[in-house]
Design a protein around this ligand. Structure first.
Ligand code: PEP
Ligand code: MN
Length: 686
């Protein structure tokens, strides 16, 4: 009988034991470090103004860490890499200490694109755990678009979408969604992508005939895949989806490139690690919400902007100059074409800084004067702080906050300055429509009938306006009449006639938009959209016009104060559209001798308060042809940037506002009176 052989001891066992012990200690030491970090966070939290990030301290930590590592025979590069992770995590711990968010009283729902185990789902889980202690439910959706629909529809509280990758660059579909939909960026996450090759349990690498993955992942592992002879690449919708699909194949001939987590969660074997061409591969994700959030002022923040410039020489340089003058570091700039206006671009810009800090808020205010469209997409904690940069935290102030909330009226009223002398600067970014310039140094005449009545009528009116020196044609197609029985306008047909008349005489056309539903048709036919006095308080309409890419003439409501007019303008500006022209058209007072009382003083008052161009409508203020010319002259003398005046080829036949419509002769007379005033002001008739 044989005695069982005593197993020979593996000489590696004690060494492995030592490694396991060291690992355990590493974990304990890290936990100890992070615990101390949290305590530091607590102390910082107690001070409402002390910045969270102490770059000097981080620099010292790094120096001694590298020195210690080298004295132990470790490479400096390796030590720095480990420290980067440790410091990032430490910073995030302190940030989450400060950022304690109130729960919603229920689980927070976050959506991402992909299936379980996708890089997006890992990034979402990590970010949400850092942001809040509240219970979070994370759900995968098939497409980016579906995430956005679920978010806007209220099914989700947040959506986390990848916006750029350190190798592949910008993710266009996500940028497009952010641009087109009403989304706000409230946080970001940087997630390291580490691909592995995974296969069916037990199947060897040599059995592989094809490898599935997202096309970007296949490209990122190009060199490795080329080394696998005879193995085909199969593009798949998503890396984790590819991992899941491997199980459905009967044999072990299909592998997937995915994250280690995805491989583990689908029970796959890991066949190879470190397979990507680039060592560092990171994806930047944006956390999107339905409404903006204001981050704690002590956090180092980023502000994301979207702007469109007018097509003038040097406009991009000017806009970037405003940012650089504020001392704000630009971390990303990207342009996106606009299909509806070929060769014009939207710019996505990320800058370091809190949107409510004095410097950045000031820059945003100034940017408004040189952009046709400007939207603050969000201000959120920056997760990409570089250790090599010294950061001076520009703390937000209550005054700066006002700048964001009410950009329009914020320019400080100049003390007792003469009218016109102290206007906030608009000269550099004056609004141009066709050949006309609205703003400092110019005077514009818009004229035409109250309503478009027929093609011959509006064509004749256009001829009249052109002959008189007018440069834009007005005409209502949708009329807001006091009586429901009065002529309501020709609607869509009127828009077509107006456009045709404008085309024949090379006059950009202005027409009123009454409802949100009419916006697309009016945008398609008109060069300038008018919001009538009765609609100045229609905030839903104003908000929608904030998203439109056409200039808007905003008329003062009949009983609106100057401040209310400016706040109404703010609704349009806040939505992004910076091309707003204010219009004084008379207000309702006890006086009944005129249709309304023209508030001439509003012109110099507005000039003090805003960079927006100001025009005057003497027609609706007067309601009487004979009074229109003197009021027009008064408006010009008061410093208006232009006039909008009703004129009709045959006023006696006009279907609407016939009493106030100027004749051809009146129009010529008015222009003759205006020219010397405009010239005396040193303005160009444009
Ligand atoms: C108009 O300009 O046609 C008009 C209706 O004016 P308001 O909105 O100022 O009354
Ligand atoms: Mn009218």
């Amino acid at each position: 009988m044989e005695t069982p052989a005593t197993p020979t001891p593996d000489p590696l066992d004690p060494v492995r034991q030592e490694i396991d012990d060291a690992d355990r200690q590493l974990i304990q030491i890290l936990a100890r470090r992070f615990d101390a970090v949290k305590r530091v966070g607590g102390v910082k939290h107690a001070s409402p103004t002390a910045p969270l990030l102490d770059t000097e301290r981080e620099r010292r930590v790094q120096a001694s860490w590298v020195q210690d590592a080298e004295s132990q025979g470790l490479s400096a590069a390796f030590a720095r890499r480990i420290l980067r992770e440790v410091l990032n995590h430490s910073r995030r711990l302190q940030e989450s200490f400060i950022e304690t968010r109130q729960g919603l009283g229920r689980a927070i729902k976050v959506g991402y694109q992909g299936v379980k185990g996708a890089y997006s789902s890992q990034a979402a889980a990590h970010l949400m755990a850092m942001r809040s202690k509240a219970e979070t439910r994370i759900a995968g959706y098939a497409t980016f678009q579906e995430v956005v629909e679920a978010l806007l529809g209220g099914e989700l509280d947040y959506g986390l979408l990848p916006v750029e990758n350190s190798i592949g660059g910008s993710i266009l579909d996500v940028n497009r969604l952010i641009c087109d939909r009403d989304l706000h960026i409230v946080d970001e996450e940087i997630w390291g992508v580490e691909h592995v090759l995974a296969g069916k349990p037990g199947a060897p690498l040599s059995a592989l005939k094809s490898v599935r993955s997202h096309p970007a992942a296949l490209t990122q592992c190009d060199t490795f895949l080329r080394g696998l002879e005879g193995v085909e690449r199969e593009p798949w919708f998503d890396t984790a989806g590819a991992a899941a699909s491997v199980l459905d194949v009967a044999d072990g001939s299909v592998g997937a490139i995915c994250s280690e987590e995805a491989a583990i969660s689908y029970g796959l074997d890991i066949l190879a690690r470190g397979i990507a061409d680039q060592d560092r591969n990171e994806t930047r994700f944006l956390l999107l919400a339905r409404s903006p959030e204001t981050p704690d002022p002590r956090l180092h923040c980023k502000t994301s902007l979207l702007f469109r410039l007018n097509h003038h020489e040097g406009s991009l340089a000017r806009a970037l100059g405003v940012i650089s003058a504020a001392g704000a570091n630009l971390t990303r700039i990207e342009s996106r074409p606009q299909p509806e206006t070929p060769w014009e671009y939207l710019f996505f810009v990320d800058v370091e800084g809190h949107a409510e800090s004095p410097a950045l808020a000031g820059a945003l205010h100034q940017l408004r004067t040189c952009c046709n469209h400007l939207r603050v997409l969000g201000c959120y904690p920056s997760r990409t702080v570089r250790q090599d940069r010294h950061l001076d935290l520009d703390l937000p102030t209550p005054e700066a906050k006002l700048d964001i909330v009410e950009v329009c009226p914020v320019a400080p009223p100049a003390p007792a300055a003469p009218a016109g002398a102290s206007r906030p600067d608009r000269t550099k970014g004056a609004l141009r429509i066709g050949g006309s310039t609205f703003g400092e140094g110019h005077f514009v005449l818009i004229s035409g009938p109250c309503a478009v009545e027929s093609l011959p009528q509006i064509v004749e009116a256009a001829r009249m306006v052109r002959a008189a020196g007018g440069t834009l044609l007005r005409g209502g197609a949708f009329k807001p009449r006091t009586s429901p029985y009065a002529f309501q306008g020709l609607g869509l047909e009127g828009l077509r006639f107006l456009k045709e008349a404008g085309r024949q005489f090379d006059l950009p056309v202005v027409t009123e938009v009454l409802t949100i539903e009419d916006i697309p048709a009016v945008v398609a036919h008109a060069d300038v959209l008018q919001v009538g006095a009765r609609n100045m308080h229609n905030f839903a309409l104003l908000k929608e016009l904030g998203r439109v890419d056409k200039p808007v003439i905003l008329k003062r409501g009949m009983s609106a104060t100057v401040k209310e007019l400016l706040l109404a303008a703010e609704y349009i500006l806040a939505g992004g559209n910076q091309q707003v022209i204010l219009c004084e058209r008379g207000i309702r007072t006890f006086e009944t001798a005129t249709r309304a009382t023209l508030d001439v003083s509003s012109v110099p008052v507005l000039r003090r308060l805003t960079h927006l161009p100001i025009i005057v409508d003497p027609s609706h203020a007067a309601g009487d042809r004979e009074l229109v010319i003197p009021l027009a002259l008064a408006a010009a003398a008061a410093g208006a940037d232009g006039l909008i005046v009703e004129a009709h080829p045959k006023p006696e036949e006009a279907l609407c506002d016939k009493e106030q419509a100027l004749t051809r002769e009146d129009l010529a007379l008015m222009v003759a009176g205006l020219r010397p005033i405009v010239a005396a002001q040193g303005r160009a008739w444009s």
